[in-house]
Write a protein that binds this ligand. Structure first.
Ligand SMILES: Nc1ncnc2c1ncn2[C@@H]1O[C@H](COP(=O)(O)OP(=O)(O)OP(=O)(O)O)[C@@H](O)[C@H]1O
Ligand SMILES: [Mg+2]
Length: 268
């Protein structure tokens, strides 16, 4: 038996689309890989292959091929130029919440096989509060809820936290303000939402700092590069390195265990 620590499984969601989930998943993954950790990014958003574009690596296969049994997880996983391994989303993700027992067994098996070669699994969830997104966010060890300082984003982030609370998930939820003017504005946004969540839902939202607005993040994306590679000295790069460090220094999540088998057993 290996004595290796279980991998940290981190979900990134937001409710509202376009507030920075993929940007955060990709750059956080890159920052964690730069710390020497073995990081896999699971693109659980179908369709646009955003994570592939942001990481500058096209993938021939996707997770749907694992679900149909055509490929193994290792065969669909691709190495990317900045040290992160990517499991491309593609079709099949939306069915993941309703798999038959045989297929579920195969998926659990697939993740268990890569578990030993993995320190962190980051899940980039789709926009919205569909049952599929909630299923993913229940199953991960830590939850990052991305929020922008605008009413519709705040309402959707709160809506997601409320649904999670109704499902009994009240632990290890972190609010992650994005595109903030500065850190002080992010801290204030967290305080505002946390105040409402604690009063009406009886839970505390963690805070690990904010991601500030930085044009270099967009400039990197245009070159298919994470900001850490495009502009390592930028404000954005620094924010992501700080977030990676804060996450690494957290105590283990409060769930039964934060590992991948938990991720899958809870999910399926
Ligand atoms: N901190 C930031 N500073 C500047 N631009 C940002 C920042 N965060 C995200 N962006 C830009 O905002 C846009 C939307 O980001 P992103 O695609 O990551 O959102 P998303 O939540 O994943 O969207 P979707 O819901 O469509 O999956 C992108 O062009 C991205 O480069
Ligand atoms: Mg996205």
């Amino acid at each position: 038996m290996s004595t290796k620590k279980r991998p940290d499984v981190i979900g990134v969601a937001s409710g509202k689309g376009g507030v920075g989930k993929t940007t955060i998943a990709v750059n956080l993954a890159t920052a964690m890989a730069a710390e020497g950790r073995k990081v896999v990014l699971f693109d659980a958003d179908m369709g646009l292959a955003n994570a592939q574009i942001a990481l500058g690596q096209k993938a021939p296969f996707h997770f749907g091929h694992v679900l149909t049994g055509e490929k193994t997880l290792e065969e669909v996983m691709v190495a990317t130029p900045h040290g992160v391994k990517l499991i491309p989303g593609g079709s099949g993700i939306s069915e993941l919440a309703n798999l038959d027992p045989v297929a579920s067994g195969a998926v659990v098996q697939a993740f268990s096989q890569i578990q030993d070669d993995l320190d962190v699994l980051i899940v980039d969830a789709a926009a919205g509060i569909s049952s599929q997104v909630i299923t993913f966010m229940r199953a991960v060890g830590r939850r990052l809820i991305v929020v922008k300082d605008e009413p519709s984003s705040i309402a959707d982030a709160y809506g997601m936290i409320k649904v999670l609370a109704q499902e009994g998930v009240t632990n290890d939820i972190y609010l992650l303000p994005n595109m903030m003017e500065d850190q002080a504005a992010g801290a204030m946004l967290h305080a505002r939402i946390n105040d409402v969540a604690s009063r009406f839902l009886g839970l505390q939202l963690g805070y690990l700092g904010s991601i500030e607005h930085d044009e270099l993040i967009l400039a990197g994306l245009r070159k298919n590069k994470p900001v850490l590679a495009h502009a390592p000295g930028s404000l954005g790069a620094r924010n992501f390195r700080d977030l990676a460090t804060s996450l690494r220094n957290l105590p283990p999540p409060q769930g039964i265990d934060g590992g991948i088998s938990f991720f899958l057993e809870r999910q399926l």
